[in-house]
Design a protein around this ligand. Sequence first.
Ligand code: BES
Ligand code: ZN
Length: 637
Amino acid sequence: MEVIKSHRPTQSPEIDPSTLSNYTQFSINNTKLHFDISFDKKIVIGSAEYDLIKKSSQINTIELDTSYLTINKIIIDSIEIKDFQLHKRQEPLGSKLSIPIPTTVPSSFKLSIDFQTTEKCTALQFLDKEATDGKKAPYLFCQCQAIHARSLFPCFDTPALKSTYTLSAKSPLPTLMSGRPLPKTQDNLYNFTQPVPIPSYLISIASGDLVNAPVGPRSDVYSEPCKIKACQWEFEHDMENFIQIAEKLIFDYEWLRFDSLILPSSFPYGGMEIPNLCQLTPTLICKDRSQVSVVAHELAHSWSGNLVTNCSWEHFWLNEGWTVYLERRILEGIAIAEARDKGWENPEEYGESVRQFNAIIGWNDLENNLKSMGDDVDKYSTLIQDLKKGEDPDDAFSTVPYEKGFNLLFHIEKKVGGKKVFDKFIPYYFKTYRYISLDTYQFIDTLYDFFKDKTQELDSIDWDKWLYQPGMPPVDPKFDTTIADKCYHLAGKWYGYTGGKQVPPNTFSEDDISEFNANQSVIFLDTLISYGKVESFNWNQNQDLLKLMESTYKEYNQTLNAEILFRWYYLQVSGERPEFKTKLGEWLGTVGRMKFVRPGYALLNQVDRELAIYYFKKFEMSYHPICRAMVKKDLNL
Ligand code: BES
Ligand code: ZN
């Protein structure tokens, strides 16, 4: 533990460097948030009412985060505050709003702010009706994580401070927010309550031509009417099973309902863990249920992230690493149940091999991600991140907190004696920190505290390397490759014919992949792509082989699974096949998920900058503002 001592901040949880607010000086009893949506002006006009408690009598200002907001009126108790100050913008954190507190105000008081968003709002995307699937009505959705809530409403925009919420929205269209729906009190007025304290980044609003359908006893799915049936089919098989497996592993689901909203294609992420209403990319609706793992992930956030929260984005792995760990345990549980149903021997062993197979995919993602980081690798690939110079958390975003985080937990699990032993720690940890926010040091202290009889084992973990060293995890996990081997073998066979070697007839056939599940195709394609990253080898000298692959595995050109299609295009484009450059370019106009859009443009840019810019200019305005900004940075525009 010596090493951690030398890095340890003087206080835990560590101060959040990504906020300009003075959040440490207050607690919030409840927040009342109202949004009035104007589809015409493409803005939200709102009010925020905070029940605040000062932590000491010396405090005489409230400092909040804002970003491109207009502040209309501020009232403390019943006194209008005219001398508030909206400071000059400080990139990327925004403009601090300073509000003096009148001396007559008691330590517990009400702060009300009337505000409105501007067209520069980075959290919201307004879609004209032509840009929606149904083309019947406009649509609004929102993405606040990590630091975009401040562009939607003035707030202490930090994951370190939580509040319960009373939420409402006025809109001509069905509207959803981050809480439990309450009965409507007026036409066009939608009410919600969030009785579990949550941080600002979990606030969300969506409004459009939305309908819902049941997918489980406590779960509905929402989408535009034209695809509601497809959405229902995609999720109804797994939803309740996921929840029950998670409950067994951790403890009861506390949020009452777990609904999902399928967003338009410009949604910039795969999923977002909005409490009570996880938000999902439409690329999950691929008609074979092969992408439901994203739902398991967002569900797991109901404990890791939404109940127990990282205190700042420097400790983001506590949210995502834990969530990936839980997601893989949920998928393991599903595999065990499936094996039991089918009467297979050793269902547990099978479940474990599925878990490790999923971990291999993650490990490969991590390797690829690190390779593409270039000069940023030292800065952004440590598990605990350093954002103290006001770096943009969106710039720091990568698979590192996900996969290095997962691997640390997997390593700890092994060190303390395996799953059965580690499982006792899971509910303990989540109960200890629910409703609050913590840093990595508190996590480790709690671990040592719980496993008092295993100090030696825990001390044998090289914490310094895990937490502060850039690059791949310091320990090779030696994952079980039983399921992956077939994929490696087939990829190796193709690689064997590179360099212009003659391929004898019938060497390859469509049967090679007919038994692969979606994830096996992912590993197969990842392996092929990874050969191209070896210096002495380039797929563009093997275009004939890529052509043969295309005519042999016809299903890859037609797949609805974006994970497969993206890798397929990526492989072909890295071989610089002209028709695939266009295919990829056009496809980038149909997806808004940054996981595909960013590396897609980066690859096009590598092989044909002009084409990359052509497509980006063509589709730019259809992307969510966050995605647009990131691709612009990636392409140096
Ligand atoms: N909370 C994240 C998405 C996110 C992270 C948004 C950081 C903004 C800033 C979400 O839970 C997530 O991890 N989504 C993944 C899903 C995947 C790991 C299954 C995604 O979008 O790909
Ligand atoms: Zn996540």
